[in-house]
Design a binder for this molecule. Structure first.
Ligand code: GLN
Length: 484
């Protein structure tokens, strides 16, 4: 069951070959048996899952089931879940039980999906390795000595290890695409405003966007269909109909204009990763795509701009954790100042503190113009690069990450090396564009991800490209040894 696609599972449910309750028990059993090696879940909500599953079975028996009714999934622990701890990977929120559901959680539940639990992540989604969690690092099912990428590494590891069919993630600078690439999954970062941020713990509000992790583009299309849509409770949500992602999967790719950004194939890219990407581009040509080189001249500025804008927004967003309202509070505070200081020093980890300090500095009087304002201006130039490129091509194709999964601890002492793992993903968030990571091959037994970037609201096209590519290739069907 755990190697089947969502459509196959749904068909089995329809034929009464299996019930949602049996399916849920099967996946809960895999989590219990196998997650000790991975640490991909922070919280497993077994009882709640089984009662959702029984409800789904009743809906199906009453002839009221939708295509996702009764299918298990998991949420990154950044989405608020009513009555269930929402930790964001932080000691600060370890005691926090959300009093409401995020819109995404609500929608996925309304579609009848069964939530198995909450997945591990870098603290407050800051990181590219899932090593900074208060609950300990997540391990990559392809090699437990290596990271699954981050920050949504728990969702990635869980789906790759077949502990759950699909899961949600969030992507502020690459946190869906990079872990998808490093674990051999399909991961989609939607256009900013396509998926509601209501109830998603805020990191950098102008960049954060939720999206699906799945083994195939087809499964990702199913989950995104449930997640996406206008939400009046999120003022940046776009009031625009959701496309038929599943219906668009089979469209032919004849004449698809593909651009290869020359800046994405330069120094810093592992030549073996580059070779995998080039082979994938030839497959796309075989499907009828017309490929040409394009330029995104401001690409090298994306990481520096991001590391001003994201910390600035995070320093503001995280000021709400003061030990007063909710979250961690220090013991026996000696006054208000002491309460703030010790609650925050104890509650936040090193990377989060580093970002708060950088952001506070960049926003302070005297430095605001030099750093924050300048970064916003360059951000516009980066978005303009994409606008020009999309006047000539339909999609941009390149690597997702410059290397395959690195070893645990390899980059923890050098934040800049860690930041550079998102060199090909960050510009997309700065521009607010959608992009998908697709499994495209292996180097030394470790997955490599292709990245396809589209113009605003081209999610259906990106999933279509992914699906067509996956009909020709079987990289997405490979299973990490030991998790068959
Ligand atoms: N790795 C980037 C960071 O550390 C992006 C994280 C994300 O997308 N949430 O900020």
């Amino acid at each position: 069951m755990h190697n089947r696609s969502i459509a196959e599972i749904a068909a089995a449910l329809d034929r009464r070959e299996v019930s949602s309750e049996e399916l849920t028990r099967h996946f809960l059993g895999r989590i219990a048996r196998l997650d000790g090696q991975l640490n991909s879940f922070v919280t497993v909500t077994g009882e709640q899952a089984l009662s959702q599953a029984r409800e789904a079975d009743r809906r199906r028996a009453a002839g009221a089931a939708g295509p996702l009714t009764g299918i298990p999934m998991a949420h990154k622990d950044i989405f608020c879940t009513l009555g269930v701890r929402t930790s964001c990977g932080s000691r600060m929120l370890d005691p926090f039980v959300a009093p409401y559901d995020a819109t995404v959680v609500e929608r996925v539940a309304a579609a009848g999906m069964v939530t198995l639990g909450k997945t591990n992540m870098d603290e407050f989604a800051m990181g590219s390795s899932s090593e900074t969690s208060f609950y300990g690092p997540v391990r990559n099912p392809w090699d437990p000595g290596r990271v699954p990428g981050g920050s949504s590494g728990g969702s990635a590891a869980a789906v790759a290890a077949r502990l759950v069919p699909v899961a949600t993630g969030t992507d502020t600078g690459g946190s869906i695409r990079q872990p998808a690439a490093l674990t051999g999954l399909t991961g989609l970062k939607p256009t900013y405003g396509r998926v509601s941020r209501y109830g998603m713990v805020a990191f950098a509000s102008s960049l954060d966007q939720g999206g699906p992790f799945a083994r195939s583009a087809e499964d990702a299309a199913w989950l995104l269909s449930a997640m996406a849509g206008f939400d009046p409770r999120d003022s940046t949500s776009l009031d625009r109909p959701v496309d038929d992602y599943v219906g668009a999967l089979e469209a032919p790719l004849d004449g698809l204009r593909v651009g290869l950004p020359k800046e994405y194939f330069g120094e810093g890219l592992d030549p073996r990763v580059s070779a995998v990407v080039e082979a994938a581009v030839r497959e796309l040509e075989g499907l009828g795509a017309r490929v040409r080189e394009v330029s995104l001249p401001n690409s090298s500025l994306a990481v520096p701009v991001y590391y001003v804008v994201a910390p600035a927004e995070c320093s503001s967003n995280l000021s709400r954790y003061d030990g007063v309202r909710y979250g961690h509070r220090c013991a026996e505070p000696k006054g208000l100042e002491d309460l703030y200081k010790r609650s925050r020093s104890e509650g936040f980890g090193a990377e989060v503190k580093r970002r708060i300090m950088i952001g506070t500095y960049a926003l302070s009087a005297g430095y605001y113009d030099a750093y924050y304002l300048k970064a916003q201006q360059v951000r516009r130039l980066i978005a303009d690069d994409f606008r020009r490129a999309f006047a000539e091509v339909d999609v941009l194709v390149g690597p997702t990450s410059p290397s395959t999964a690195f070893r645990l601890g390899e980059k923890t002492s050098d934040p800049v090396q860690m930041y550079l793992s998102d060199i090909y993903t960050i510009a997309v968030n700065l521009a607010g564009l959608p992009a998908i990571a697709l499994p495209a091959g292996f180097v030394d037994g470790l997955p490599v991800g292709l990245q396809v970037i589209g113009d605003y609201f081209s999610e259906a096209r990106l999933l279509n490209v992914g699906h067509r590519y996956q009909q020709l290739t079987d990289w997405h069907q490979r299973v990490p040894p030991g998790f068959e």
